[in-house]
Design a protein around this ligand. Structure first.
Ligand code: NI
Length: 177
């Protein structure tokens, strides 16, 4: 079936919508399917490896991701609705994280190296999968977004304030264009 996809503008931190706990998705509707398509399109266009609904100003619990880095490998677009971490490893790993809502800022964040996540698929069926490596970091980063949390919230206050000031400046500059 042919479906129209629309790129959605990505909110830049600081924005109160990025600090809001998103609401549960109650069922798979045409609107939800359209939102999933738009979010994947917006993520690939950015380009990014993950995007959460609050980042496009939609305050529901949907995220998309595709952490396939190798350009010759097949993409793996994933849509996770109401995702929940149901197990995390004691082992931690550190990745340099970035965020489409905090452009060009990167910092090391420590998180569980592996997580098991349960979510609702677009077909309305529950799914469970264990993630490791970049996928584990990405899925935790996106679930944080659904809880109004950003990766800079893991940093020391001074570093966080410095990044926030840069983003305020960036937003002022963009508003002027
Ligand atoms: Ni992010």
């Amino acid at each position: 079936m042919w479906r129209r996809m629309t790129l959605r503008p990505i909110l830049i931190h600081p924005d109160p919508r990025l600090k809001t706990v998103a609401t549960h998705v109650d069922g798979i509707t045409d609107d939800i399917r359209r939102q999933a398509d738009d979010m994947l399109e917006t993520m690939y266009d950015a380009p990014g490896i993950g995007l959460a609904a609050p980042q496009i100003g939609v305050l529901n619990r949907m995220m998309v991701m595709d952490c396939v880095k190798d350009e010759s490998a097949a993409p793996r677009p994933m849509v996770l609705i109401n995702p929940e971490v149901i197990w995390s490893s004691d082992e931690q790993s550190i990745y340099e994280e970035g965020c489409l809502s905090i452009p060009e800022q990167y910092a090391e964040v420590e998180r569980p190296a592996e997580v098991k996540v349960r979510w609702l698929g677009l077909d309305g069926k529950p799914v469970e999968e264990q993630f490791s490596g970049l996928w584990a970091t990405c899925v935790q980063h996106e679930i944080d977004h659904l809880n109004g949390k950003l990766f800079i919230d893991y940093l020391k206050p001074l570093k966080r304030q410095m990044i926030t000031r840069k983003m305020q400046k960036l937003k002022r500059e963009r508003a002027r264009i």
